[in-house]
Design a protein around this ligand. Sequence first.
Ligand code: BTN
Length: 254
Amino acid sequence: MDFDLEMFERLCSQCRGKVKYFQEVESTNDEARRDICEGKGVSGNIYIAEHQTKGRGRGGNRWICPAGGGLLFSLVLDPDVECEHWYKMSLAVGMAIVDVLDDMGLVAKLKWPNDIYVEDKKLAGILIENVDGFLIVGVGLNVSVDEFPEEVVNRATSLCQIIEEKVEREVLLSKIVSAIFENGSLISEGFGHLRERVMSCFYLKDHQVSMVVNVDKLEGSVIGLSEKGYLLLKNEDGLAEICQASDIKIISLR
Ligand code: BTN
């Protein structure tokens, strides 16, 4: 069933901007970007699609989801804090999604820096882009996808594979948007208040990881998060601190 825009607008008391709904679009992040570049960027605008033909994730990855199978949206934010704090937003958004899933009785984990995992499989991903002073928060969450492409079948999951009840995407989105506004308003205040919450659902903790950060290959054991919210990686060279705003690719995880 198509997304019920009227129902969503009724539910989402936090909707501060326009809500644009598309049956098919290349990427909701691109729609948000277009409005911003045309001077029509408004904090709180939400772009929702049933299907994306060029949905994308971090590091040039594609985000593929069958029509109507997911929650695919981009939310425009204009954080009233210096841009040096913006890197924290991916964890604030991730935490917002984890909290909403927790209210639904699901144990979700935040796989630093931008993935949501349930039962060791990826349920949702976050792509945050910075355009002309705005942040575009793009989220893809699998809701009723029952078959995944072969290359991700062992790594991806969907709400319909985890819980029996039917999930109303309108309700889910309105809760996620409110939680993002709530957590997003905290990013000016250091990272301490979010750090503890993130650590309580931190997927990488104590894992041995191998990753490429910008052009450097790093290996080590994940200790946790620094006061600033950077990943702390311990190896024979000491302790590396990695900011989530870097170009990061996790190659292996043990
Ligand atoms: C990732 O896993 O690396 C992030 C995936 C983000 C996908 C969402 S779907 C809505 C929005 N539009 C896009 O093109 N990407 C994001």
